[in-house]
Design a protein around this ligand. Structure first.
Ligand SMILES: *Cc1c(COP(=O)(O)O)cnc(C)c1O
Length: 228
């Protein structure tokens, strides 16, 4: 299947997930994660109708940015080293991996405009995963108040890699609950209305549990080895 066919399959899966829980599919944004694939493949995704592209390394983002420029809306979805902030911060619209104050400080210093950020939460508690513990998210967000260039759009998590549906739902529900708690504080700098959760193997479940942004790589643009 080419990207266009894969996208159409994903659209119908999203429609089904939305229908299951009475949501409007227009609430869901698809981020095509192009970290595994070439700029040609990323371009194919844009031609198929994709608006949002996600990368998890500064090299990958810069390489594609050189060619595609501002055509897509750029999302940085990986762990971001503080010293790399200056390379990419004015090229992206969204950062999905805000997880520490030192990073917030550097973003605030380097960005020329407001960066829409997701606070990354390690819901599953796996040691290999980045992000804040759920218990420390609220305090962390309160500490972000002084930073003029940071807007907390929402929360992000990576679910454990598992087929255990109950475990996945539990993870997404925890993030949703936390997101509502913060949204209800009505903080001007942290509207926190979005939920970045769901990847190739779990996006339908994530949508049923409230995701507004799904980050899809393999199921949409494939992996490099599949590119002809
Ligand atoms: C790679 C990656 C994805 C996409 O993963 P797939 O399973 O290929 O869809 C989503 N989010 C993050 C943070 C990633 O690093």
């Amino acid at each position: 299947m080419n990207v266009k066919e894969k996208l159409s399959k994903i659209h119908s899966n999203i429609a089904e997930a939305c229908q299951n829980v009475g949501r409007n599919p227009e609430e869901i944004n698809i981020i095509a994660v192009t970290k595994y694939v070439s700029v040609e493949r990323a371009s194919e995704a844009i031609d198929a109708g994709i608006v949002h592209l996600g990368e998890n390394r500064d090299e990958g983002l810069l390489q594609k940015w050189e060619v595609l420029g501002d055509k897509p809306t750029w999302h940085y979805i990986g762990t971001l080293q503080t010293r790399k902030v200056k390379n990419i911060i004015d090229k992206i619209s969204y950062l999905h991996s805000l997880d520490r104050l030192s990073l917030a400080k550097e973003i605030d210093k380097r960005a020329s405009g407001v960066v829409k950020c997701f606070v990354q939460v390690n819901v599953s508690g796996e040691e290999t995963k980045h992000g804040l513990e759920p218990d420390s998210v609220l305090t962390f967000i309160e500490e972000l108040k002084p930073f003029q260039h940071i807007q907390v759009e929402g929360l992000m998590t990576m679910a454990p890699y598992t087929d255990n549906e109950a475990q996945l739902r539990n993870c997404f529900q925890t993030l949703k609950k936390l997101q509502l708690e913060i949204q209800n504080l009505n903080l001007a700098y942290a509207p926190c209305s979005e939920l970045s959760m769901g990847m190739s193997n779990d996006y339908q479940i994530a949508i049923e549990e409230g995701a507004t942004m799904v980050r899809i790589g393999t199921a949409l643009v494939g992996e490099e080895s599949e590119v002809e």
